[in-house]
Design a protein around this ligand. Structure first.
Ligand code: SAM
Length: 287
């Protein structure tokens, strides 16, 4: 397989950031992602990411414009997604939250063409990079979502629609006052449990040990999930998960990496099967 580390650039100065002179209010990429990645058009609440305006390279900008119509998905919270239509087949769909620059996502998609990957992030340069990788490798089983995975799960995915969930190196939010921003929490798991089908694999990894302990605690405590490890602990990194960019940085700093592999149980108890999708013609504006 070819080197995934960097997607090819178009013939502009390599890595050069691109400025887009445009009138106020006009979209940054007219044919590219439309939804405000922070989802602030939809609602306001504590988020697991820091909305930021990132510089994109010429190659990423080109990909966002050219490839978004084929590979992109705007997470606008305003419509329910038919995953069979989105991927053009009814193979299982795994949701990856926070793909970063997308190298690991592209590798996993290439290695397993029978699994569809719905890869979601708010990071525009990463979206451009993953689009370029998808085109270069001819990946038909990847879609690139722009926006907050919570809005996607809650508003746009139907119950039992996912065959798996991957959360690799989510932002660790190490400061105590920021712990509430961590993604893997009981409320998130309660929502995810309703969108995952019976037997779906939940795979998390982190290089931040206190967060790994928190993940283990909340996943173990949630009745919708069971640990695949007989000893009830962390899992060895499965071969199908490549090293990620963020992981490599953590390892350089001497961090310990932990994987967690849980399964959604066969039957959800009644009171955990809430969070039904109700399509809203008029989504709420910021609260
Ligand atoms: C620390 S990076 C890890 C990236 C990649 N998985 C890796 O290991 O290199 C975490 C990523 O999760 C994204 N993220 C955090 N919360 C998210 C959310 N609610 N929806 C979508 N993406 C999110 C961030 O934008 C960021 O790119």
């Amino acid at each position: 397989m070819s080197d995934f580390l960097n997607a090819p650039e178009t013939p502009h100065p390599p890595g050069a950031p691109v400025r887009h002179p445009r009138a106020k209010g006009t979209p940054r990429f007219p044919d590219g992602p439309q939804a405000d990645p922070a989802g602030s058009h939809f609602e306001r609440r504590i988020r697991s990411f820091q909305p930021r305006r990132s510089r994109v390279t010429a190659g990423q900008a080109d990909a966002l414009q050219r490839l978004w119509p084929a590979w992109g998905l705007d997470i606008d919270g305003q419509h329910v997604i038919d995953l069979t239509e989105l991927f053009g087949n009814d193979r299982p769909v795994v949701l990856e939250i926070g793909f970063g620059m997308g190298e690991a996502t592209a590798r996993m998609a290439a290695a397993d063409p029978d699994t569809n990957i719905l890869a979601v992030d708010v990071h525009t340069p990463g979206q451009g990079n993953l689009l370029n990788l998808a085109e270069r490798e001819g990946l038909r089983n990847v879609r690139v979502g722009n926006g907050d995975a919570i809005i996607l799960l809650r508003e746009m995915l139907t119950p039992d629609s996912l065959g798996g969930l991957r959360v690799y190196f989510p932002d660790p939010w190490p400061k105590k006052r920021h712990h509430k921003r961590r993604l893997i929490q009981p409320e998130f798991l309660a929502l995810a449990a309703t969108r995952l089908g019976p037997g779906a694999l939940v795979h998390c990894a982190t290089d931040w040990e206190p967060y790994a302990e928190q993940m283990l605690e909340v996943l173990t405590a949630h009745p919708a999930f069971e640990n695949t490890q007989a000893d009830g602990g962390f899992a060895p990194r499965p071969e199908f998960r490549p090293l990620t960019r963020f992981e490599a940085q953590g390892l350089e700093k001497g961090h310990v990496v932990n994987d967690l592999l849980f399964r959604r149980v066969e039957h959800l108890m009644e009171h955990h099967a809430e969070h039904r999708v109700e399509h809203q013609d008029q989504p709420p504006t910021g609260a």
